[in-house]
Design a protein around this ligand. Structure first.
Ligand code: PHE
Length: 327
């Protein structure tokens, strides 16, 4: 009994059981000797033996239960979970600065009656070049260094192919924008990336003029920057617009004196635009005698850099959370 009470482990208890109640245990052996006793003695000794066996079994059982309980309590202590405690806060993401600008502009243009169109990033030569009045061998093809794919397709170098898809799909009159990712096979530096975002815009109607173009561009820039920006228009050449313009804004990073983003010029090329070349309308089945239009190609990536004061374009696609979490 003392050994049961002082047993330190379940194994200690088990050895007490084997030594007393086991096949060769003391009590078992005594029981086997019973036959040798005189008949009148057997009753008395049998009773004593049974009593002792029962006490021993009860004590062993109680000891085992005590061990089980200690073990259970230890497990409960270590595995205990308070489901009423607040969960550790989940990390919450937010929209990328370019996505944010894109959505704002989609809302703005939708409110002006423009459809928001999507187009493929893998394009055919026809949509990316030919239908925009840039035939093979045309020097304008060299303006946009192209990632060519096997089989003659390419990664679109601008969102302008969606103009063509839009004209084919919607027919005149139409107002559309097409935001999206574009690709150029260029060497990368603080202001050039191989992958960036544009937002194409197009309006085809009767008697569209440069005045309409300027009106929409001013509305656009006012909404983007929430302040007056200084702009200038220069003649620009793109085969799919005639006349074509480059709309520049005064650099919002340095405000004029020059910095790496504006290549020390004080101005940032933001928005090429122009009136749609009649040849382009005709190729997409629109009669240029009846209809005309304007088009523009806004650099969404550059715009995000201007608005948030980002001076290195590579950070936008770099995926560094320390950078992205600032917005
Ligand atoms: N697609 C031209 C580019 O990326 C930009 C542009 C669009 C110019 C629409 C004029 C009109 O270079």
């Amino acid at each position: 009994m003392t050994r049961i009470q002082s047993a330190g482990t379940l194994e200690d208890l088990e050895s007490v059981r084997v030594e007393t109640l086991g096949r060769k245990g003391t009590l078992t052996l005594v029981g086997k000797e019973m036959g040798k006793l005189a008949p009148e003695e057997r009753g008395r000794v049998g009773k004593l033996l049974n009593g002792a066996r029962q006490k021993l079994e009860e004590a062993l059982e109680a000891g085992k239960k005590a061990f089980d309980e200690t073990e259970l309590r230890a497990r409960l202590d270590s595995e205990w979970i308070d489901v009423t405690l607040p969960a550790p806060g989940a990390r919450r993401g937010h929209l990328h600065p370019i996505t944010r600008i894109q959505r704002e502009l989609e809302d703005l243009f939708a409110s002006l009656g423009f459809a928001v169109l999507d187009g493929p990033e893998v394009e055919t030569e026809y949509y990316n070049f030919d239908a925009l009045n840039i035939p093979p061998e045309h020097p304008a093809r060299d303006m946009q260094d192209t990632f060519w794919l096997d089989g003659g397709n390419l990664l679109r170098t601008h969102t302008s192919p969606v103009q063509v898809r839009g004209m084919e799909r919607l027919g005149p009159p139409l107002r559309m924008i097409a935001p999206g990712r574009v690709f150029r096979n260029e060497s990368v530096d603080a202001s050039h990336e191989h992958t960036f975002y544009q937002l194409e815009g197009m309006m085809v109607d009767r008697d569209v003029s440069v005045a309409h173009l300027i009106y929409f561009m001013q509305t656009l820039l006012g909404a983007i920057f929430h302040r007056d920006v200084t702009v200038r228009l220069r003649p620009g050449y793109f085969p799919f617009v005639e006349p074509g313009f480059e709309l520049d804004i005064q650099c919002l990073i340095c405000g004029g004196p020059g910095c790496p983003v504006c290549k020390q010029s004080g101005w940032v090329e933001l928005l090429p635009c122009g009136l749609v070349n009649p040849r382009v309308l005709r190729m997409s089945g629109i009669d240029p005698e009846q209809w005309n239009g304007f088009a523009f190609g806004l650099g969404l990536t550059r715009l995000a850099m201007m608005r948030y004061g980002i001076d290195d374009i590579r950070q936008l696609q770099g995926g560094d959370l320390r950078f992205l979490e600032q917005f």
